[in-house]
Design a binder for this molecule. Structure first.
Ligand SMILES: [Zn+2]
Length: 255
């Protein structure tokens, strides 16, 4: 009789429920360790005082692998054909493309709010400029896997035009026709934000970016006077207020 009682406790609904809650099917009677059922209780021991049964042995098959972390999904680019009109300091942008707030190889940085991402109206350019930015970012990190994502600042406003002081801090004289973009120098500490001092700039990675934008057909690059960045004369120029970012200008397409 006692043996039946112990067995009844072993298979009590609470234990079955506990087993189910753990995602396991209750072990068949024969799978229970013999020691538990063969145990002879002492006379002072009631059925209620029987120790809890050992848990069923683990399944023989290995547990399923945890699901792989989902690939991050980046906001897409809505491509369309763009036209750059006028000049960098007196122009506008037609059919502009907005650089997404971030991607696998870049993020955007708002120079006024000093935060990422930058506001959507600050990141419009021609489709060609956006393609160049994405390609340089991808190739730079492919060559330098240790490099942080590229920190991209202002491009142009949605339809180009004035991007002066009323849009924050110094504003821009140029950045009006969708062909200009500011790119912050990679930081030595790899943090994804604008450097605050020239000493924080990774000169080797910064020079790599200068070289890539020159190779991509930039007609003008402004770089910081405090940094030792070099490039073809007439294209790469030192200019005040460019110790934290380089300014890239693409050549307008001839029509
Ligand atoms: Zn600029």
């Amino acid at each position: 009789m006692l043996r039946v009682a112990v067995l009844a406790v072993l298979l009590s609904p609470a234990l079955v429920a506990a087993a189910l809650a753990r995602g396991l099917t209750p072990a068949p009677e024969t799978a229970a360790p013999p020691a538990a059922t063969d145990r002879v209780p002492t006379t002072t021991e009631s059925a209620q005082a029987a120790p809890p049964a050992p848990l069923p042995p683990p399944a023989l098959s290995p547990p399923p692998a945890p699901p792989a972390a989902p690939e991050p999904t980046w906001p897409p680019v809505r491509w369309r054909e763009s036209r750059s009109l006028g000049l960098p300091h007196a122009g506008r942008l037609v059919g502009g493309v907005r650089l997404p707030r971030e991607g696998e190889h870049f993020l955007t940085w708002d120079p006024v709010l000093k935060t990422s991402p930058s506001r959507p109206w600050r990141r419009w350019g021609t489709d060609r400029l956006v393609r160049v930015v994405l390609r340089v970012a991808r190739e730079h990190r492919s060559e330098h896997p240790e490099a942080p994502r590229l920190t991209i600042g202002d491009l142009s406003r949605p339809r180009g035009g004035d991007f002066g002081k009323r849009f924050g801090i110094l504003g821009h004289v140029s950045h009006q026709n969708g062909l200009d973009v500011d790119v912050y120098y990679p930081r030595k500490d790899r943090r994804e934000k604008a450097p605050r001092r020239p000493g924080q700039v990774d000169g080797r990675l910064a020079q790599d970016l200068v070289d890539r934008f020159v190779a991509a057909g930039a007609v003008k690059l402004f770089v910081g006077p405090s940094l030792d960045l070099r490039g073809p004369r007439g294209i790469v120029e030192k200019l005040v207020h460019h110790d934290d970012h380089l300014h890239v200008r693409l050549r307008p397409l001839r029509r």
